[in-house]
Design a protein around this ligand. Sequence first.
Ligand code: ZN
Ligand code: ZN
Length: 418
Amino acid sequence: MADFKQNLRAYADLIVRVGVNLQPGQDLMITNIINRGVSLQTAPLVRAIAAAAYEAGSRKVDVIWSDPELRLLNFTKASPDAAVDYPDWMADALQRHVENGGALVTIHADAPGLLRQVDSDLVSAAQQSALKKTHHARQYTQSNKVNWLVIGASSPDWARRVFPDLPEEEAVDRLWETIFKVCRVDRQDPVAAWQNHIEDLKSRTDYLNHKHYTALKFSGPGTDLTVGLPDGHIWRSGRGQTQSGIPFIPNLPTEELFTAPHRAKVEGVVTATKPLSYGGSLIEDFTIRFEGGKVVSVSARKGENVLQKLVDTDEGSSRLGEVALVPYSSPISQTGIMFFNTLYDENAACHLALGSAYPFNLANGEAMSSEELLAAGCNRSVVHVDFMVGSNQIDVDGVCADGTHEAVMRLGEWAFDL
Ligand code: ZN
Ligand code: ZN
């Protein structure tokens, strides 16, 4: 228990000092927009973050709370219109906070399937309402006008999903231990560990950006895939900076280096190395074949029709929008756990995403129209779904402009020195 409290304090410290990098005099808001607040189940962590924030000189800390049971009641008992409509006061509070330069911490503590008893159309309509009404405020985080952070916290709801065979209390503790481990909270000096880690990611990003590879070639069991990279592609990693120059890390944990693939230049076959959780279903042991950038066939031992539906969502969902490199030895990968949470699962292994690419992965991309992005090879779609292709058996080569190959990863680990 003493250990837990100590770890919780260290985690909170990391969140405040390294993650969101709260500045003296700055306000902090802790919430979760989609869930209309941060889960009451995370109260011990929220209190620890508030304490760390005041210690760092914060002017004030505001928390918007949400109770999972009340959310369920709202969905099942309120009139559908009222249940769906995002409260204006909540949107206003967020808007005023970011307009005043406040920092934002979002805590994820839930698992998909929590609202299983609720009509899924109702849940997605509520989500749309939340996104629509907070659109203005979210521009402040999306364009880095303020420092912001997304983190995870253990809760009975999430822990039950990750460790279904354990009694609830044990599952919650196990998930906390895992979060502390993958967030490097168990290291001697977690703050220094993160600073080193982020520096390493940055140096590797710089290396790849200087290489200007025309493609990456993935080879391994069941995988022989060439992923073309567009001219002007930019590798990015987990470091952000506000427009005013405050460095921060928008996701804790973060392990990936990622860029935009060329939407028309993906050839060959790739076999996923982990199951994909999508729309409440699990897709297992699946293979995707590409020609001219487009998916031409999929096969899966389980969930093949769900995968096919995903691919058929729109024109862009049959093409790639992200290629990301994560070493096999990274802490999340080593846990071997399926978290059912993108923040964690996306950092577990090298991955590709079907669907939209990030415009900031292309030089000048953020100033381009949709047509210009497409013309430059940057994919567009309503979906962005990551699936894992990395393992300790995967090799990645960079293809140079003259056609020669260079080792980027061997057996899942970095193969170049800095
Ligand atoms: Zn990624
Ligand atoms: Zn992604």
